[in-house]
Design a protein around this ligand. Structure first.
Ligand SMILES: [Zn+2]
Length: 104
């Protein structure tokens, strides 16, 4: 399937990341959701998590939401990695192992 972030035809997984930005009296929340390849999952995770980590603490609503969002992003990354690994293992062609003769 095609990655919705970079457009490459790679193995993708449905993932979602959130971020919070606090600006003293205003807070804004962002969400990125879609089919992403492995490198885009990591890229989006880092972008959204680091944004929240740096800017999430500067207003009361985003201050309260930031720990939840950081935990959500970590869980989302783990779920996406697991799904990618699991589907890769399922599609892998079994490798035949040459039998070994032991000479006594
Ligand atoms: Zn991608």
């Amino acid at each position: 399937m095609r990655c919705q972030a970079c457009g490459n035809s790679k193995q993708t997984v449905n993932a979602r990341f959130l971020s919070a930005v606090g600006m003293l009296f205003v807070s804004r929340f962002f969400s990125r959701k879609g089919q992403m390849c492995k490198s885009c999952v990591w890229k989006q995770f880092l972008e959204y998590t680091l944004t929240t980590f740096a800017l999430g603490w500067w207003s009361v609503p985003s201050l309260l939401a930031s720990p939840v969002i950081l935990a959500f992003n970590c869980a989302s990354l783990m779920a996406a990695s697991w799904k990618l690994r699991h589907s890769a293992a399922k599609n892998k062609v079994p490798v035949s192992v040459p039998s070994r003769t032991v000479l006594a």
